[in-house]
Design a protein around this ligand. Structure first.
Ligand code: CP
Ligand code: NVA
Length: 312
């Protein structure tokens, strides 16, 4: 069961994910307004953001609460002030903290010293809110999760880690095609294998994009160079060249396969414009579902989902 914080998808049980997806779909359909009335979320980011920042702010606002955005320059995490002191001080003002950090350790320190829930809004290790919203999108497009096959093509990064954990917990077969040296981390893989043994999900690691994509229901990719890795961009463009999701790769997937990407995208690198902007792309549905999923998550974490609302 979900405890105080959501730092990793592994903080959730498969039943938590099922409930979150159900509540998010319910909220999206127009239910449960005013759930977060009187609550305030601090959004504290070390890296840039469009979707995560705006979807968290709007989630709070649309459910009757408030959000305060603290930019990288304003807080100076660990520079102007120590992370534990920031956690303790913020806990006296707000009801929850959504933080985007470089090091995952920073998040753990923050959560360890905060009296209020801390949500991972992306770290170098994981992006749990993205993965959960992506499962919602897959449910909408494919009507069920168990037994589907998702192929992740590219860097074994934060997005791949969270998606792999969420898939394994939910019975989604997960294939990941990455070049040598850019595979998913071993500690994540260990967790994933444990979840897969329980859910029946099949996990495949390969270097071959075609092997991963063949017969898949979902083709997923992400940038080759994540935030903080800009100095490696040239080398990464070279290493990942044959990992582009283009029409040829998509033609190996099922006829009704969808293309997913967390955005922002680099057209012509990890994905061709024809695929990203083509009819199988669901990337803006993914972006929208961040809002609905995070509403359900905030309501679950701030303990208000069980309160029945007048007229609902
Ligand atoms: N997908 C995602 O997290 O986007 P932002 O970096 O714009 O928040
Ligand atoms: N892997 C990307 C995801 C951005 C939403 C990054 O960390 O920059």
């Amino acid at each position: 069961m979900l405890g105080k914080d959501l730092l990793s998808v592994s903080d959730l049980a498969s039943e938590d994910i099922r409930l979150l997806l159900r509540d998010a779909a319910d909220i999206k359909a127009g239910g449960r307004l005013s759930l977060l009335s009187g609550k305030t979320l601090a959004i504290m980011f070390e890296k840039p953001s469009l979707r995560t920042r705006v979807s968290f702010e709007m989630a709070m606002r649309q459910l009757g609460g408030e959000a305060i955005y603290l930019s990288p320059a304003e807080v100076g995490l660990g520079e102007r002030e120590s992370v534990p002191d920031i956690a303790r001080a913020l806990s006296r003002y707000v009801d929850a903290i959504a933080a985007r950090t470089f090091s995952h350790q920073t998040l753990e320190t923050l959560a360890g010293h905060a009296e209020v829930p801390v949500i991972n809004a992306l770290s170098d290790l994981e992006h749990p809110c993205q993965a959960l919203a992506d499962l919602l999108t897959i449910c909408e497009k494919k009507h069920d999760l168990a037994g589907l096959t998702l192929a992740f093509i590219g860097d074994g990064n934060n997005v791949a880690h969270s998606l792999m954990l969420a898939s394994a917990l939910s019975g989604v077969n997960f294939r990941v095609a990455s070049p040598p040296g850019y595979r998913v981390r071993e500690e994540i893989l260990k967790l994933v294998q444990g979840y897969a043994a329980a859910s029946g999900a099949e996990i495949v690691l390969t270097e071959e994009p075609a092997e991963a994509a063949s017969g898949a229901d979902v083709i997923y990719t992400d940038v080759w160079t994540s935030m903080g890795q800009e100095a490696e961009a040239k080398e990464r463009r070279r290493v990942f060249r044959r990992y582009q999701v283009n029409d040829e790769l998509m033609s190996l997937a099922k006829e009704d396969a969808i293309l997913m990407h967390p955005l922002p995208a680099h057209r012509g690198e990890e994905v061709s414009p024809s695929v990203l902007d083509g009819p199988r792309s669901v990337v803006f549905d993914q972006a929208e579902n961040r809002l609905h999923l995070q509403k359900a998550l905030l309501a679950m974490m701030l303990g208000s989902l069980e309160i029945p609302l007048p007229g609902y």
